[in-house]
Write a protein that binds this ligand. Sequence first.
Ligand SMILES: Cc1ncc(COP(=O)(O)O)c(C=O)c1O
Length: 401
Amino acid sequence: MDKSFPLSGWGSLAIHAGHKQDPNYAHLVPIYANSTFVFDDAEQGMRRFSGKEEGYIYSRWGNPTFSEAEEKIAALETFGLDIEAKGILHASGMAAISTLMLATLQPGDKIITHFSLYGGTEELVSKILPNFGITPIIADLRDLDKAEAILKNDPAIRMMYLETPANPTIQCVDLDELSKLARQYNLVVACDNTFATPYLQQPFQYGVDYIVHSTTKFLNGHGTAIGGILLGKDVEQMKTKITKIHRTLGGNSNAFDAFLLIQGIKTLEVRMERHCHNALEVANFLESHAAVSKVNYTGLASHPDHYTAMKQMRHPGAMLSFELKSGLQGGIDFMNKLKMCVRTVSLGTCDSLLSHPASMTHYSVPKEEKEKYGITDGLIRMNVGIENLQDILADLEQALS
Ligand SMILES: Cc1ncc(COP(=O)(O)O)c(C=O)c1O
């Protein structure tokens, strides 16, 4: 990208940011399928290892294809803000989250987070971190007074970990208010921005210190690769402490997946506009359907987090869930009748994806446990895709009838 011509459009940046002219004039960044990089002479090797000269050494440590993705996502997360950030690409969202936690927390520290979290993150926080002497505190962080009461009484809390909108409930927490509160008590704040993407929400704007993404989802956009990224706005710390832990843990990406991610991000703005337009229409359709008892979509005024979502997001996103009046068997029948929409558990792809937690992801979870998280027998989760709206509505209508 030509730095003498700053881009003012989000979509232009998504296409061009991070790109460098290839020495062989290839149009797109090559897939650098190399484990290692060579030195002109031993002195150059010395300069690279000592950090006196920038350059690639070994792909676990960095790779030119990763760099384009890292710089692109960092540019998008800081677009329009007077903030610099550095991203480190990882093999998966979970790898990025693991690096974050192992690099910033120590035995004796506590981490505060909320009820609704992606299952893998919940497992890491509740079952794995305690093995390293790090204690989780799970609270409803939508209640700011309650959050403050907990922070006030516990100086061991070092990190506030947020996910908004959260998987699978689509609950939202207030990034601005919680970051202010966290600063008062010297906490590090991290936010999983997977569901929103930097097009809909920029957590750095509200004082968040670290952002993580499962790039597997909307950033890649086509379901072609697993990936993750950890971004931090303390660039020096990202280049030193966090890089060291990342390199040692070995959760690096690979050049092919990074290439797919780069191509996916280029269309993020147009995809998200269409995803969100379709999602609102689908939510309205479902809300007035006789077979549906409840629709959870933050774009609807009926959603308890509608105000929070609208305060910090450009649009309310592409994820929604709804409850069928017909319960467990109704959910199974509905899923079996889908013709175009796809029965699967992931999200962020062009096609509409639906899952039925009670018969799939949460099949073996006890009923009381499921109900605590709002997962009822008839609950259906939907990633509203970017197909033509009339086809999505027609498929839902025939499956609901
Ligand atoms: C919000 C969120 N964060 C993190 C992850 C983990 O990402 P990955 O599967 O790429 O490791 C997921 C996966 O679904 C997710 O939905």
